[in-house]
Ligand binder design. Structure first.
Ligand code: NCD
Ligand code: ZN
Length: 343
């Protein structure tokens, strides 16, 4: 049995860091595991301009532990009103991507896009300037079942988008279904996808085991086992279209354990270990390094990291709660023992 696993330093291509005291509480976990992360712009108010992205980047750098070696990669939040000229400014400011949230799809998405056609001039500018489009791929139509929203998004939004902007690089974020895995696998080199640890490890039963389990509630919501199996096949294939994006999304425990529970799993404290568990369960540990450390930078057109990290088979317990500003936060799998540990 393999007891250590040394990888090129990985990156997290989908991360929520929040701001202020919450940012300071969660950032060290990611900075310890990853060299870079794509930082999501869904603050309140959202990060919609190059100037705001630059200021947010400065706040992240200021919140880093002194010994950290971590680079935040910034994104803009696409709205119906994002001007094409903002794209040139964003690129000049080092912003690498723009996030599409369909209005109302998830946490802090009320400013999101109401109809993608309203953003076409801006997407045109992104295609020209080489900024990526990161997509929360769910329709928000109340008549579509919450478990079907990703599959319907492919027909209604992804297919027309790919036809109209064939050379725009698009990341289908946190895919959760067989339909999305197949769509991305069959697409050309301008389309890729991120996968979270929770969607590789759990099906929707996790939400209901012995009662309602708010800490397993994220969006897109966990799906049937058949879909989880399709995601595992996608990562086991070794295809460069699939890479690591935790979607670690911290919410205070009091707000998760409430009559209305916010969507998001906080996986940052054990992210790499959780992926190792998922890959080992399907006998695909040999595919972890490319998924975690090669495919992402290759798709973004960025250099791979030069450092190395080592995972060791050494049982450790994920803390049940952690400080989160004035509140507490419960990480994914808190209180459980994991078999892999990042040294
Ligand atoms: C994210 C959050 O909390 O910001 N929540 C989640 O369930 N993933 C938003 C998002 O990425 O959808
Ligand atoms: Zn997210």
């Amino acid at each position: 049995m393999q007891d250590t696993l040394t990888l090129t330093r990985p990156d997290d291509w989908h991360l929520h860091l929040r701001d202020g005291a919450a940012l300071a509480a969660v950032l060290p976990f990611t900075a310890r595991q990853f060299a870079r992360a794509i930082v999501m712009p869904n603050l309140r108010p959202p990060v919609t301009t190059a100037v705001q992205a630059q200021a947010y980047r400065e706040r992240i750098l200021a919140a880093l532990p002194a010994d950290a070696d971590f680079e935040p990669l910034m994104t803009l939040y696409l709205t119906d009103n994002t001007l094409p000229r903002e794209i040139g400014a964003a690129r000049a400011a080092g912003v690498v991507a723009v996030k599409l949230y369909p209005a109302g799809a998830t946490t802090n998405s009320d400013a999101g896009v109401t109809d993608i056609r309203k953003t076409y001039a801006t997407l045109e500018a992104m295609q020209r300037e080489g900024l990526l489009l990161l997509v929360h791929g769910e329709v928000t139509d109340g008549e579509i079942d919450v478990f079907d929203r990703e599959a319907v998004f492919i027909e209604r939004v992804m297919q027309p988008l790919r036809r109209d902007f064939p050379e725009l690089k698009v990341v289908f974020e946190h895919i959760t279904t067989q339909e999305a895995a197949q769509y991305v696998a069959a697409s050309d080199r301008f389309t890729a996808a991120t996968l979270t640890p929770q969607h590789l490890l759990y099906n929707r039963n996790a939400l209901f085991t012995g009662g309602l389990r708010p800490h397993y509630y994220c969006l897109p919501v966990l799906k049937r086992e058949q879909h989880r199996q399709a995601l595992l096949r996608a990562v086991a294939s070794g295809s460069p279209k699939f890479f690591l994006g935790t979607d670690s999304a911290p919410h205070a425990a009091v707000l998760k354990e409430a009559s209305v529970c916010g969507a998001g799993c906080f996986s940052a404290p054990a992210a790499l270990e959780l992926y190792a568990e998922a890959f080992e369960a399907i006998g695909a540990l040999d595919k972890l390094e490319a998924f975690a450390s090669h495919h992402g930078p290759d798709f973004y057109g960025l250099p791979r990291n030069s450092g190395r990290v080592t995972l060791q088979r050494a049982p450790w317990q994920v803390p049940e709660t952690l400080p989160f500003g004035d509140a507490l936060i419960k990480p994914l799998r808190g209180g459980d023992t994991l078999n892999w540990k990042l040294l």
